[in-house]
Design a binder for this molecule. Structure first.
Ligand code: NAP
Length: 262
């Protein structure tokens, strides 16, 4: 495990009350940092707040509300005196093909998964400038790099996050602001708990992952905190996949295995 010191650093973490975001928050706080969680999951947020009352603030924030995200960033500045970056994890999944999906569902997913990331970055950057720059880590997905069956809105939103992050890297590199999209594969969090509780679904999913298991939120958090740290000082405007190898296949059949079974 990495041991990175985040003393005197403060971050906005959207979706920080659960899953990957909560693991990032815990790492930051346990390594001397401070954070503001912007989430609608009040129960998860309050639980973390009870654990870390000094270094953490929780603000009920819907990421589709730009003004609320501005307030969350301002809270970091007033409470901790600075903002060194944002880790944008808030997100939802959604099934539906382009034709079957209700239009409202498309707009909801784009609003949370894409617009929410844009709003958080737009709110964070002016305050990060005052601290001399920093780092934005946007949690996209392997589903932003390749497509899934019946995941039209999510695929579009996550691909948008990846290319938007490249734009951030171009536009803000000159002010010492780095931006990286992280693209997880299957990670064991409340988001994936329902489908993976079905044995047949879980077995099929794991069979497509060379490491033959789901990743943990802590494994993604390790990557995120590395990217936030000075150790990643030359990484910006790009995406990094963390998927146990799932996305490495071009989906051709495993011919030797098929021949051996004949
Ligand atoms: P999670 O445990 O469900 O955490 C997501 C958090 O975001 C939850 O606290 C959720 O609240 C919150 N949220 C949802 N809508 C929001 C909104 N409108 N405003 C503010 N907060 C909102 O999921 P996770 O697995 O950690 O996912 C984190 C990110 O990773 C997401 O962007 C997801 O798409 C991405 N990702 C996850 C996986 C995976 O396999 N888990 C794979 C690839 C990418 P509620 O609990 O109340 O909904």
């Amino acid at each position: 495990m990495m041991n990175i010191d985040f003393s005197n650093k403060a971050y906005l973490v959207t979706g920080g009350a659960s899953g990957i975001g909560a693991a990032v928050v815990q790492y930051l706080l346990e390594h001397g940092g401070s954070a503001v969680i912007a989430d609608i999951n009040d129960e998860g947020g309050q639980q973390l707040l009870a654990q870390y009352p000094v270094q953490l603030r929780y603000l009920h924030t819907d990421v589709t509300d730009f003004t609320a995200l501005e307030a969350a960033c301002a809270l970091a500045e007033t409470e901790f005196g600075r903002l060194d970056g944002a880790v944008n994890c808030a997100g939802i999944g959604s099934f539906g093909t382009a034709v079957e999906m209700p239009l409202e569902e498309w707009h909801k997913v784009i609003n949370i998964d894409l617009n929410g990331v844009f709003y958080a970055c737009r709110a964070a950057i002016p305050i990060m400038r005052k601290s001399g720059g920093g780092c934005l880590v946007n949690i996209a997905s392997l589903s932003g790099v390749r497509a899934d069956y019946s995941f039209a809105a999510y695929n579009a939103a996550k691909a948008g996050v990846i290319n938007f992050t490249r734009t951030l890297g171009l536009d803000h590199g000159g002010e010492n602001i780095r931006a990286i999209a992280v693209c997880p594969g299957l990670i064991d969090t409340p988001l994936t708990a329902i489908p993976t509780a079905i044995d047949a679904v879980n077995d099929d999913w794991l069979s497509r992952i060379p490491l033959a298991r789901a990743g943990s939120a802590e494994e993604v958090a390790q990557l995120v905190v590395f990217l936030l740290s000075p150790a990643a000082s030359y990484i910006t405007g790009t995406e990094i996949i963390i998927d146990g190898g799932m996305g490495s296949s071009n989906n051709q059949p495993n011919l030797p295995a098929l021949f051996a079974a004949m």
